[in-house]
Design a protein around this ligand. Structure first.
Ligand SMILES: *[C@@H]1O[C@H](CO)[C@@H](O)[C@H](O)[C@H]1NC(C)=O
Ligand SMILES: *[C@@H]1O[C@H](CO)[C@@H](O)[C@H](O)[C@H]1NC(C)=O
Ligand SMILES: *[C@@H]1O[C@H](CO)[C@@H](O)[C@H](O)[C@H]1NC(C)=O
Ligand SMILES: *[C@@H]1O[C@H](CO)[C@@H](O)[C@H](O)[C@H]1NC(C)=O
Ligand SMILES: *[C@@H]1O[C@H](CO)[C@@H](O)[C@H](O)[C@H]1NC(C)=O
Ligand SMILES: *[C@@H]1O[C@H](CO)[C@@H](O)[C@H](O)[C@H]1NC(C)=O
Ligand SMILES: *[C@@H]1O[C@H](CO)[C@@H](O)[C@H](O)[C@H]1NC(C)=O
Ligand SMILES: *[C@@H]1O[C@H](CO)[C@@H](O)[C@H](O)[C@H]1NC(C)=O
Ligand SMILES: *[C@@H]1O[C@H](CO)[C@@H](O)[C@H](O)[C@H]1NC(C)=O
Ligand SMILES: *[C@@H]1O[C@H](CO)[C@@H](O)[C@H](O)[C@H]1NC(C)=O
Ligand SMILES: *[C@@H]1O[C@H](CO)[C@@H](O)[C@H](O)[C@H]1NC(C)=O
Length: 692
């Protein structure tokens, strides 16, 4: 027997947070400014200090949001007996008169979010109790504690939707929601709830949607709300989710447990209706292998539940519990950002309807693909950011991925995929194999080839549209490895030398390609210019980080919208870049980080008006040893760049030199005129020839 003891200690610091800021200055009451259209009076943000009394035509809906009302006086709405919806968000309300809503028997929806209703909550509660037909009540952002909320909701049995989000609730017991037998939707997100007593939701027989996101719940150990359809407990500190072991059918359809600290796959209620299960960002794993038990039945966890002075020990058999949960309707399963090292045999068999499976950012080392695992209904499989070194395909299996559309294997340690994996994947549109050290199979591999899966073959995958092979360490492409596909998106970036200096290996897919990324692949202009004329549908082209010295040619590609030429060796911007027709349709061109010659460029003037240069402010040119931003070049200078080859220091020297010389000659003449003897002394000593 393996025991995993767990202590759950309940005890959280009492958080007292002052949420509301101090009051703003009240302004003079204004009746004007409200727009009344079709029975809706909109008085938002009109600086009203009280409810306007003379709006025309008995509105059914009154919006008073963002007015500094502060106090809602008795009989404020006497003039409007037909109100159905009333909204007073952010009105600095700290007092609502007992009779404020007198006579509002038709009111169905009341919005009081972001006020200060905790201050006179008893009077507010009395006011709310006069609204016997209310269906929807929004009390979010009012610093209410559970006692205040309980008092306000008491006996409001007509309510169907209540929001208590962003308040100060901490502990829910049976009394808080007592008598709300028609409640369907309850929003409790962003409180400080750390404990929910057993019967807290028992009276809510109609409850369908419950949101407990952003609270401090440490565990849910006896979940028994069979009527609930939607439960959100994301962003808590859950370590356990354990459903009550009941035979009753649960209605749960969506369960969000993401961003918690779950250690084990949740032990779900017996419910055949769960279609979305979100478990992102937890600490989950499957531990059967870790404990090396000969039979999974021995995988047992023991809980020590400490509640006050009562200690209860519960023993749970993890595998049995898991194996008995009914996941047959599950369509969307997100297990990303966890610690799964492996998926137990039979795990994916339990989810025959699964269409989306996200396992991104786990520690998977191997995935075994077998009959019904993954299930045939799967359309999207994300295995990116794992440590996969191997995909193992059961022998003879051919149609395992028959409905798959998107397959993400990015950032693993794969060298290839098993032969035949994609054979019957006739719906696959997107494959991301970036950041794996794969190689492409040299020629068509025979169907019965059983060699090691050390290469990938994409030929003749007719449905494939998008392929990313970024950073795969690919060798120079031979023939056309994408023959028989209709690729529209292709990323070959960061595979140095993959094109071996020529884009001819892409010609097979040139007519269909719309987006092509060739970043850092070592392209150089070589002898011929890069010619993209065959790429008639190309919309986006990324050629950054190569060694291009001349501008690529695009005579046929009329569809080009975005062109990235950053980090190349372009020295000149040819005139045709500005005038050539395909390029005039460009919406964005990136040209910075090239060593342009400030003088040799004919087109700089045009470039200044070339609004599509997305990074014009960063485009620089080399002027001798200096780098100048093109936008700062003085007007007209590049055109007659006669001084261009000269260093600017020298340029200034040339400007100053004539004046200096003139001055020097003048000084010398004056000097010589008055000090002739001295000159003679110098002459005799140095044997200078006379300047006269
Ligand atoms: C509303 O009327 C009650 C009873 O007349 C009174 O006690 C209370 O102060 C009034 N509230 C306001 C806000 O005027
Ligand atoms: C009034 O409130 C109800 C319930 O919240 C809502 O369904 C309805 O759309 C609102 N009416 C208008 C005109 O916005
Ligand atoms: C709620 O209803 C109960 C029983 O119907 C009654 O005793 C109690 O006074 C009511 N509370 C309020 C605040 O109306
Ligand atoms: C659960 O609540 C969080 C926080 O409000 C939200 O981001 C998330 O989308 C919700 N989950 C679902 C399934 O709606
Ligand atoms: C698991 O148990 C078997 C036999 O009980 C043993 O041979 C094997 O070494 C164990 N493996 C690990 C990792 O402990
Ligand atoms: C638990 O504590 C309560 C009060 O705090 C006390 O009445 C009760 O007797 C205690 N039970 C045990 C088993 O100690
Ligand atoms: C302990 O847990 C068991 C099973 O969940 C339950 O039947 C029993 O009532 C619990 N005892 C206490 C004191 O909570
Ligand atoms: C694949 O996953 C990686 C990392 O999670 C992500 O950046 C990339 O956009 C995904 N690819 C596709 C095609 O969705
Ligand atoms: C799978 O593909 C092979 C050949 O590519 C074909 O003969 C076979 O019928 C296909 N199987 C299914 C189930 O489509
Ligand atoms: C790369 O190109 C050079 C010259 O064009 C050629 O000799 C060489 O065989 C090519 N390499 C590959 C792997 O195709
Ligand atoms: C442009 O200037 C940079 C920085 O001084 C220098 O490294 C580079 O070699 C120059 N390029 C050309 C073509 O002069």
């Amino acid at each position: 027997m393996e025991f995993l003891p767990f202590w759950l200690c309940l005890g959280f610091p009492f958080l007292v947070v002052e949420w509301r800021h101090g009051g703003g200055a009240a302004a003079a009451a204004s009746q004007g400014g409200c727009k009344v259209v079709d029975g809706v009076a909109d008085c938002r943000g009109q600086n009203l200090a009280s409810v306007p009394r003379s709006l025309p035509s008995h509105p059914r809906m009154l919006i008073l949001d963002a007015n500094p009302l502060k106090v809602l006086w008795n009989h404020s709405f006497r003039a409007y007996p037909r109100l159905e919806n009333l909204s007073m968000h952010s009105c600095h309300l700290d007092r609502i008169g007992h009779y404020a809503f007198q006579g509002q028997g038709r009111l169905r929806s009341l919005g009081l979010a972001d006020n200060r209703l905790s201050e006179n909550y008893k009077e507010t509660a009395a006011a709310l109790h006069t609204l016997l037909g209310l269906r929807s009540l929004d009390l979010s952002g009012n610093s209410l504690t559970e006692d205040m909320a309980g008092l306000m909701l008491q006996n409001l049995s007509s309510l169907e939707a209540v929001s208590l989000a962003r308040n100060a609730l901490m502990r829910l017991d049976e009394s808080v929601f007592e008598g709300l037998e028609h409640l369907r939707e309850l929003d409790l997100q962003r409180n400080y709830i750390f404990e929910i007593e057993g019967g807290a939701f028992d009276g809510l027989t109609e409850l369908r949607r419950l949101n407990l996101a952003y609270n401090n719940l440490p565990c849910i150990v006896d979940f028994r709300l069979p009527q609930l359809r939607f439960l959100n407990v994301s962003y808590n500190i859950l370590e356990w989710f354990l459903a009550a072991r009941e035979e009753a059918a649960f209605e749960l359809e969506v369960l969000d447990l993401s961003h918690n600290q779950l250690l084990f796959f949740p032990l779900l209620p017996q419910c055949g209706k769960l279609h979305t299960l979100l478990l992102r960002d937890n600490n989950m794993g499957f531990y059967r292998d870790l404990y090396n038990t000969s039979s999974p039945q021995e995988m047992v966890a023991q809980f020590l539940l400490v509640d006050g002075n009562v200690t209860n020990i519960t023993t749970v058999n993890l595998w049995e519990e898991f194996a008995s949960s009914d996941l047959s309707a599950l369509r969307f399963l997100d297990m990303s950002q966890n610690q799964f090292w492996h998926l137990p045999d039979g795990f994916l068999k339990k989810t025959p309807s699964l269409s989306h499976l996200n396992l991104n950012q786990n520690c998977l080392k191997m995935l075994h693909i077998r009959e019904h695992e993954p299930p045939g209904a799967l359309t999207e499989l994300d295995l990116s950011h794992n440590q996969l070194a191997e995909l193992r395909l059961a022998p003879g299996l051919t149609d395992c991925l028959r409905n798959l559309q998107v397959f993400n294997l990015s950032s693993n340690q794969l060298l290839g995929v098993p032969t035949g994996l994609f054979d019957n994947a006739s719906h696959i549109t997107t494959i991301d194999m970036s950041h794996n050290q794969i190689s492409l199979c040299p020629q068509v591999v025979p169907l019965d080839w059983a060699g090691p899966s050390s290469c990938v073959d994409f030929r003749n995958m007719a449905s494939l549209r998008s392929l990313s092979l970024e950073g795969c360490g690919l060798k120079a492409l031979r023939d056309c490895p994408f023959q028989g596909t209709s690729l529209t998106h292709l990323d070959l970036s960061s595979n140095w030398g993959v094109l071996n200096g020529s884009i001819s290996s892409l010609w097979a897919v040139a007519p269909t390609l719309q987006v092509l990324a060739l970043r850092n692949v070592g392209l150089s202009s070589g002898t011929a210019e890069m010619d993209f004329s065959r790429f008639g549908n190309l919309r986006e082209l990324d050629l950054s980080g190569n060694s291009l010295t001349s501008f690529p040619r695009f005579s046929g590609s009329l569809a080009l919208r975005t062109l990235d030429l950053r980090r190349n060796f372009l020295t000149a911007l040819p005139q045709r870049a500005v005038s050539e027709r395909p390029l005039r349709s460009l919406q964005a061109i990136y040209l910075s980080q090239n060593p342009y010659d400030c003088c040799g460029v004919e087109g700089w003037g045009a470039l200044q008006h070339f609004k599509t240069v997305a990074d014009l402010a960063m485009v620089t040119c080399n002027l001798s040893s200096r780098i100048i931003r093109v936008v700062e070049l003085p007007e007209g200078v590049p055109r007659d760049c006669k001084w261009g080859q000269v260093d600017t220091g020298l340029f200034y020297l040339v400007l100053i030199l004539p004046s200096c010389l003139t001055l020097l000659v003048a000084c010398t003449i004056i000097f010589l005129t008055f000090k002739k003897p001295l000159l003679q002394v110098i002459k005799s000593r140095c044997h200078w020839s006379s300047i006269y």
